[in-house]
Design a protein around this ligand. Structure first.
Ligand SMILES: C[S@@+](CC[C@H](N)C(=O)[O-])C[C@H]1O[C@@H](n2cnc3c(N)ncnc32)[C@H](O)[C@@H]1O
Length: 231
């Protein structure tokens, strides 16, 4: 796939409607794990693929992992930005989503181009094992729905399998703290505050850039972290 091809050209309205229907159903059924009611927008997906598009060494192939692929809006953007030799692992716990992703590897214009270099894993990301290494990890996991211990375990895992100098990009939603303060039970508000502190700890230590992405429902922030080269 030529990297110059516009991602939005490939992401038809029809495909988005199909994704949205499945995502919405699964969000209703398993909200804690899904953590959103709509798939990410193409604009958010493009922000998340920043370190696949902008490469330190344009000739070195990238080993890429996406954790929490859902119905694949970010996977499509990753596929559209991949170059010859790049490989992709998609990791997702929900079997409805993994079988949908399987279909996309055959039918989607961007993903079908990289199907022979893409592996779908149906598992919690931390169970993939440490005998692997990635240059770029993109995480769609809903940290705001997890406990602080779960968030710490996931970040530890990402930084174990990320190569020194590699990048982790992930997103969350703006204003969740304010909304939870009004509508959530006190225990849930405190749990989310503790999870957020863990995320902030990692961003403060390793963050290289943070961006707000307003064209998404709900609006989101994206953080990019870099594992120090000497670690
Ligand atoms: C907020 S959705 C993001 C989906 C998609 N990446 C997007 O941006 O629209 C989070 C996804 O993470 C998956 N998930 C939750 N916990 C997971 C885990 N421990 N390992 C892998 N996937 C997980 C959920 O099933 C869900 O599809």
């Amino acid at each position: 796939m030529a990297p110059t091809q516009s991602f939005s050209e490939l992401f038809s309205l029809d495909a988005r409607l199909r994704d949205t229907g499945l995502f919405f159903r699964e969000a209703f059924r398993t909200f804690r794990a899904t953590g959103a009611v709509l798939p990410s927008s193409p604009v958010l997906a493009n922000h998340l693929t920043r370190f696949i598009t902008e490469r330190e060494d344009p000739h070195a192939p990238l080993r890429i992992m996406e954790a929490g692929s859902g119905t694949g809006p970010v996977s499509r953007a990753i596929a559209a930005a991949m170059r010859p030799g790049d490989t992709l692992d998609l990791v997702e716990t929900n079997p409805e989503f993994t079988s949908y992703l399987d279909t996309l590897l055959e039918t989607d214009p961007a993903l079908s181009q990289v199907a022979d270099r893409t592996t779908i894993h149906q598992a919690p990301v931390t169970e993939l094992g440490v005998e692997r290494e990635y240059d770029v990890i993109i995480s769609g996991l809903p940290f705001a729905n997890f406990t602080a211990d779960e968030v710490r375990t996931i970040f530890d895992y990402y930084f174990t399998v990320l190569r020194p100098g590699g990048h982790l990009s992930f997103f969350g939603y703006l204003y969740t703290k304010e909304v939870k303060a009004i509508i959530a039970p006190r225990e849930d508000y405190l749990r989310q505050a503790r999870s957020r502190w863990v995320v902030e700890e990692w961003v403060n230590r390793y963050g290289v850039e943070s961006e707000r992405v307003l064209p998404n429902i709900p609006p989101a922030w994206v953080h990019h972290l870099r594992k120090p080269a000497e670690e």
